[in-house]
Design a protein around this ligand. Sequence first.
Ligand code: SAM
Length: 296
Amino acid sequence: MIIKDVVPKELAAGGALYVVATPIGNLRDISPRALDVLRSVDLIAAEDTRQTARLLQEYGVRTPMSAYHEHNETSETERLVALIIQGAKLALVSDAGTPLVSDPGFKLVRAIRDLGLPVIPIPGACALVCALSASGMASDRFLFLGFPPRHSEARQALFQAVSSEPGTLILYEAGPRIQDTLMDLNVIFGSERNVVLARELTKLYETFLEGTPTLLLKVLEQDPMQKKGEHVMLIAGARQQLTQHAQELEEAKEILKILLDELPLKQATKLAARISGCSRNELYKTALSLLERSSY
Ligand code: SAM
């Protein structure tokens, strides 16, 4: 089916669904446009009406709400779709951030789109984008994995399946499971991949911790407070690891060139491996190809 916009955004006459992002901590992270929409719609479908009530109260929004969460998604989708068909304007919000990103809403959006009625995004906070933007991890390509499975075996199977993904891997994780997940990362990726733990974003105790899983596990052991709260976990992709390794090899090659001028092949390789930390076997092959290609 070809999807095209059927109605100009701000002028939607008749029924429409607005998918509205809300703050992930700091209540000021809401756009004026989002507030306009929340004030003007007929109904706000909220994942947790008590949680959203706090936001609405802060901004004096008095629009009626109804609950829309994973336990009533099927029955509520039918009811909300009927309202939109009758001409109602609805806003969908989740507890925090962008609806549908590890949050309910997919069934509703799909149903409204299938009817050719307007679904209008009102963008704003999203924990994974917020974390990625300030983490220092490669951001040109990433793979969002949502919440990893609860059991270690299934988690390890997931990490194995994405182990050659070149982009940054991003996970959502709840505080109590951070440690177990780091241990599983260690098992599958070894101790070399850099991980960033982005905690309590936009809140009082916002923290970014960076290091190998082994180092981060030590930090968590020494400072258990770092396990508390909400976390986004970013894991360097296979490409970043490769790039780092390739860089080390490049440096080792320069050392080799100098040593090969002065020493026999085996001795030069052994010394270059000790200086650079690269493997002797790998450097031996590099040295052979250098000798083949030049007058070393
Ligand atoms: N829809 C939300 C979004 O756009 O990011 C995500 C909802 S998901 C149910 C909740 C998870 O998002 C948390 O367990 C945590 O992993 C992450 N998260 C949400 N708020 C966060 C924050 N302030 N700091 C760090 N992670 C957060």
